[in-house]
Write a protein that binds this ligand. Structure first.
Ligand SMILES: N[C@@H](CCC[C@H](N)C(=O)O)C(=O)O
Length: 846
């Protein structure tokens, strides 16, 4: 927070519409504004507007922070349930090293909010206070010292009151004797104030009016002490469930519906603590310009120095990597002499559920130093997500694919030794680049490890080895290495299994499209894989390499934590190349005999091609350098330099390169593109690649088994695969980003004849909706860009399975419990969001 005389910077948050002005007060013990100023701030006409002002104060004793709050009338309550969820989000967004669980000191004692992966906050609210004197209330206790269903006459009616303190006082009523409340019928503005100031409540009270839906679900409206009618009250919801249990009306685990939305409350029997789970949202940040008489303060957050809008700053974590006496170190303080600097925004803070990583390096250092530091920074900043992604994919290989990993991992380790020896002994610019790339890999391992060490034992960042990073970066290779070791027996699969296996073994749909008048070039990509991989991280690298062969210093790409390549693939370079790919399966087992670890794996070849190539032809040649024959893709390389909007397409706008073990076949496909589009859907385009990969042989064998098998085998046809048909029918409708998004998310399986009722048979297929065998696999993200956006290295992206045509958002429900998805959202229902190399947001085109 920056405080200058007369200006108060603040953030506006709400928890279910219970809204607060959050002030970063961590530099001093006393709130920087007075109770009177809080009243002005909360005024909805003459101020910012809010139900209260909350201060994040320095730690007291063995806690992380202290919290204080002023109600909108200037009174100071002991606690605020919705407010503490907002506080947890607020400090997490300010702190580079935010823990996930905070210990917060309040006037009601120690309260512990925990940030959940899905963005919700679960708060351990401590034990309820039931003793009448301590609440306090002068209503006569009815059970021991507790006030349960005590009659109180207000406004001509006798209400049965149960009194509970959650640090602050609450009076709860479910109605009068023999009469139940209907919350919709209450005149809360008339009766609320009468309860608040009634003499039986010596320090006033918050009052909750409750309607029971069933034992696990109530509706509640609240009149708050010092704030009046609010849309939600966290302490009030907790007190309500405690009262419901005391009165025998609800279970200990109960949903409380408030006017602003639901809270889940549990009064746990084992420890007598109450737990509240609900959302907290940042609404805006701003400066209050009439803040005369603020208590002086000096703290200036380094993030202010970075030129980016307030909202992005709130979410971003910044970092620098320094190099002194041959030691690389991370710092969260700006350092003008740093080798690498950058920012990281976790996926939970984005509307697309794509995290964002930006790393740039300084020309004062040599190439390997720059890339080592870049890797170090990435490893440090994204460490938590690296671990999530690693553990989810590793478990997937072990328990879903039942893969035996020792032999393939040995292959990857041998390959790693080979490439390092080559990089040492070869002195060409190509190998100099490879050496720097390996430094980036080593830096990432070291940065992750340093962060893990700093986090300590038992943290969410356990140690990972170099081999674990070889696994993460080599997961595309592993599929092929494993296929070579454990061939799949397609010939004895039942038809349904055959169809699902063929449909889900490919990875991705892509489209390159020109508009009818050749005024625009549109490129889209949707990833298909196991949903356990849905930890997306969009990366923007900006290096200042000295290698004269380097054509691209900037690269922006959709990726995953811990991977130094896209994997999807979708890359944009400042050499004005755009690269997309989809994977082609190898069905011809004999090709696997050509695999050798004395080769360059795909991520290494692709990164080198991206850095060194200036056109599609060169890019394809680089792909063929020491081809490992693993992760065999169809690559589309678009050269924006060759495209002039509104003019005839010149040769070289689109190159397509396909790799199999022992061969890369590539050609200029601009002429095909000039007719409208080039689709990509996991079936090879070049007849030689198609034949050698074993597609026709497998297709013929399955067709011979009967009609159902022939139908499944259509997935192996270049012309009649379901996605080929849909692209052929619908690509002509793609004229702008909006229609490109539509086709890349297309899944209308209930009505589309080309899907024939199969939710997987779509551009963005969903295996989880397959009624015969639901599996959390299929299409889970989409990225789109246009000529102009790609020139600026920009794209619009969304993570999660499609919700097109009113499909339900994907949820990690119990039926998918066996598939590990640590750190992922529970429900995937996100929006497209602009990715830009500079941290400045960007408008999303609908
Ligand atoms: N809305 C808050 C409670 C705020 C304090 C209350 N008005 C009081 O004076 O006790 C919540 O969410 O708990």
């Amino acid at each position: 927070m920056q405080l200058t005389q007369g200006v108060l910077e603040f953030c506006k948050y709400h928890g279910l519409g219970n809204d607060f002005i959050l002030v970063d007060n961590r530099h001093q013990e006393e709130p920087v504004i007075t109770a009177e100023q809080a009243v002005k701030l909360c005024d909805r006409n003459f101020g910012i507007g809010g139900d209260g002002v909350i201060f994040a104060l320095p730690a007291k004793g063995n806690v992380d922070y202290s919290m204080r709050i002023f109600n909108s009338d200037g009174s100071e309550p002991e606690m605020c349930g919705n407010g503490i969820r907002c506080l947890a989000r607020f400090v997490a967004e300010k702190d580079s090293e935010a823990p996930r669980t905070y210990k917060v000191h309040t006037l009601a004692g120690l309260i512990q909010p925990e940030l959940l992966r899905d963005g919700q906050v679960c708060v351990d609210m401590g034990e309820p206070i039931l003793d009448a004197q301590d609440i306090p209330t002068t209503l006569p206790p009815t059970e021991g010292d507790t006030v349960v269903k005590a009659p109180l006459t207000i406004h001509g009616k006798t209400w049965l009151m149960t009194c509970v303190s959650m640090g602050n006082p609450h009076a709860i009523t479910f109605g009068g004797a023999g009469e139940r409340i209907k919350v919709a019928d209450l005149d809360i503005f008339t009766i609320g104030p009468l309860f608040e100031v009634h003499q039986v409540f010596p320090v006033r009270t918050n009052t909750e009016f409750v309607e029971v839906v069933d034992r696990g679900h109530v509706k509640m409206v609240v009149w708050e002490r010092g704030a009046g009618r609010t849309l939600a009250c966290g302490t009030g919801a907790c007190a309500t469930v405690v009262a419901g249990v005391l009165e025998g009306k609800t279970d200990r685990n109960c949903r409380v519906d408030l006017p602003g939305g639901p809270l889940q409350i549990e009064w746990r029997e084992s420890n007598n603590h109450v737990y509240m789970t609900g959302p907290a949202e940042l609404v805006f940040a701003g400066s209050w310009l009439s803040a005369q008489g603020l208590r002086p303060a000096t703290d200036i957050n380094f993030a202010e120095q970075l030129n980016s809008p307030v909202e992005a700053r709130q979410k971003a974590v910044y970092g620098w990597v320094t190099l002194k006496d041959s030691i690389y170190a991370f710092t969260s303080s700006p350092d003008a002499d740093a080798v690498a600097s950058g920012s990281y925004i976790d996926a939970v803070h984005t509307v697309s559920n794509f995290g964002q990583l930006r790393v740039s390096t300084a020309a004062a250092f040599d190439d390997a130093e720059q890339m080592y530091a870049a890797g170090y920074l990435e490893g440090w900043l994204s460490a938590e997500r690296i671990y999530d992604y690693y553990i989810n994919t590793h478990e997937y290989f072990l328990h879903q694919l039942n893969a035996s990993l020792p032999v393939p991992m040995k292959w990857l380790e041998d390959q790693d030794s080979w490439v390092r020896q080559q990089a040492e002994s070869e002195s060409t610019p190509y190998w100099a680049y490879m050496k720097a790339l390996l430094a980036q890999f080593d830096g990432m391992v070291a940065g992750y490890q340093a962060r893990s060490d700093a986090a300590g034992d038992g943290s969410r960042i356990p140690p990972l080895t170099k081999a674990d990073f070889l696994f993460t970066n080599g997961n595309g290779e592993l599929y092929d290495i494993l296929d070579g070791l454990q061939p799949t027996d397609y010939d004895s699969m039942p038809a349904h299994q055959l169809r699902a296996t063929l449909a889900l073994s490919g990875r991705c749909s892509a489209l390159v499209k020109v508009t009818g008048d050749l005024s625009d070039l549109l490129m889209g990509h949707s990833t298909w894989d196991t949903y356990s991989s849905m930890s997306k991280l969009y990366k923007h690298y900006h290096f200042a390499l000295h290698n004269p062969a380097v054509a691209a210093q900037r690269m922006s790409f959709s990726s995953y934590p811990g991977e130094l390549f896209s994997d999807d693939d979708m890359y944009m370079m400042d050499s004005q190349l755009v690269v997309l790919s989809t994977t082609n399966h190898i069905y011809n087992m004999s090709l696997f005999n050509l695999l050798t670890p004395q080769s360059l794996v795909s991520w290494q070849r692709v990164r080198a091609a991206n850095a060194l190539a200036t056109n599609g032809s060169q890019w394809s040649s680089y792909l063929d350098v020491h081809n490992s024959g693993t992760y065999n893709n169809q690559y589309m390389v678009v050269d924006l330099k060759k495209f002039r909007p509104g003019h005839d397409l010149q040769p070289g706008v689109l190159w397509v390169a396909e790799q199999i073990p022992g061969l890369v076949k590539a050609a200029d496909m601009t002429e095909t593109l000039s007719r409208g589009y080039f689709p990509s859907f996991n079936v090879p385009y070049f007849p030689e690649i198609y034949r050698r990969s074993g597609f026709p042989a497998l297709k013929a064998r399955q067709e011979a088994r009967g009609a159902d098998y022939a139908d499944a085998a259509s997935w192996l046809s270049y012309q009649l695969a379901p996605r080929a048909k849909i692209f052929r029918r619908d690509a002509g409708k793609v004229a702008d980003l909006a229609s490109l998004k539509k086709i890349m998310r297309h899944n209308n399986y209930k009505d589309d004849p080309y899907s024939n009722g199969d939710p997987i048979a779509a551009i963005c297929g969903r295996g989880d909706l397959d009624p015969a065998n639901p599996v959390p696999k299929g299409c889970f993200d989409s990225k789109v860009t246009s000529y102009k956006l790609a020139l600026a290295l920009e794209a619009e992206v969304v993570n999660g399975p499609t919700t097109a045509y009113h499909l339900p958002p994907f949820r990690w429900t119990k039926q998918f419990d066996d598939v590990m998805h640590q750190g992922q959202a529970q429900v995937f229902d996100y929006e497209f969001e602009r990715q830009t190399p500079v941290l400045d947001g960007g408008a999303v085109q609908k």
